[in-house]
Design a protein around this ligand. Structure first.
Ligand SMILES: Cc1cc2nc3c(=O)[nH]c(=O)nc-3n(C[C@H](O)[C@H](O)[C@H](O)COP(=O)(O)O)c2cc1C
Length: 325
């Protein structure tokens, strides 16, 4: 089972997002948007501890009981440590692994991780090779188009293919670009046309039209949504429809209330303490970019109690828009 999706579909995936795509979020995304594949937040791999992955991260991955497969993403820079972490996860029933080669903020005391590793192709090769050797199930990479030169992706693709990865998720920005500019899906199209492995397009897909345009490209195997789905989990369902049905401002407010209320319920069961739950919810609100809700978002980000947060959610149903002050 190298691929976490059925062969005859183009999967819609939830992106890994540290601090955001935790188990509670994944559950709510499944209920509201039903993505075909879910990614974990990145799981750091220790180069020093015998326990390569923290108990908390392992427990979180092990508890997965949703109908869509979970891909657990590792971030680390030591091939042996990564291989041991992979074995540890597999021993605990994890079937799909991914290596983070994109995070622009990646650094451990032992050296660069994530996207920074693209400065050292030999290190990338050792890590990918090692993980492929021990991964019995699916093994994929998530990568930027290059460290500072987007043309680097051609060499990276050749390396991934020769190591035998099962698929590649491409976010076509360079690492030094961080999140500035835009994701250049011209690169994704060219890479997907060249590749002998499935290529999943990721980056700046926030409308069904943008998603459809990529899915219609016969070479692109699927799409991955990050910030767009965190702002609106129904984006997955809207993408599955052939035509955009559109939503008016009232519907958007009502959906946001349903979404944040469900997330609040889930987070309250998982996280101890009002402060932690509020922090998880505010992490989400920062991605809501509906201009009609800008003032409301500003206010809810300043709330200091769940009672107040709930009152703000209820105010979304007020058709006159007279939101609580
Ligand atoms: C808050 C935040 C956390 C992220 N954490 C991760 C992560 O853990 N692993 C990873 O590969 N990418 C991570 N990313 C990158 C996203 O997975 C995705 O590649 C990027 O946001 C572009 O896709 P989008 O435009 O659909 O959001 C993160 C992005 C953000 C904004």
């Amino acid at each position: 089972m190298p691929l976490p999706w059925e062969k005859n579909i183009k999967p819609l995936m939830l992106a890994p997002m540290q601090g955001v795509t935790h188990a509670s979020m994944r559950k709510v995304q499944m209920e509201l948007g039903s993505p075909d594949v879910l990614f974990s937040e990145f799981v750091p791999v220790s180069n020093v501890s015998r326990r390569r992955i923290s108990r908390r991260d392992l427990d979180e991955a092990r508890r997965h009981n949703l109908s869509a497969p979970l891909v657990v993403q590792l971030v680390g820079n030591n091939p042996e440590a990564l291989m041991e972490a992979a074995l540890q996860l597999q021993d605990n029933g994890i079937q799909h692994l991914n290596l983070n080669l994109g995070c622009p903020y990646g650094r451990m005391t032992s050296g660069p991780t994530g996207g920074s590793m693209l400065q050292d192709m030999h290190l990338v090769e050792k890590c990918v090779e090692g993980l492929r050797k021990v991964a019995h199930g699916g093994f994929s990479v998530k990568v930027r188009s290059g460290y500072e030169d987007p043309a680097q992706i051609m060499n990276l693709l050749a390396l991934f293919e020769s190591c035998g990865v099962d698929f590649v998720v491409l976010h076509p920005r360079t690492v030094v670009q961080k999140y500035t500019g835009y994701a250049d899906h011209g690169i994704t199209r060219r890479i997907a046309a060249e590749a002998t492995v499935p290529v999943i397009a990721n980056g700046d897909i926030t409308t069904p039209q943008q998603g459809h345009a990529l899915l219609q490209d016969s070479h692109i195997a699927g799409v991955m949504l990050g910030r767009g789905a965190i702002a609106d989990p129904w984006l997955f369902r809207r993408l599955r429809q052939s035509a955009e049905t559109g939503t008016d401002a009232l519907q958007r407010r009502s959906r946001l209330r349903i979404y944040l209320s469900r997330l609040l319920e889930e987070c309250s069961q998982t996280y101890a303490g009002e402060h932690q739950v509020l922090a998880k919810l505010k992490n989400v609100v920062q991605f809501v970019d509906d201009p009609a809700l800008r003032r409301w978002c500003g206010k809810i980000k300043r709330t200091r109690s769940l009672q107040r947060f709930n009152a703000m959610l209820d105010s979304l149903e007020n058709p006159a828009g007279a939101w609580v002050d």
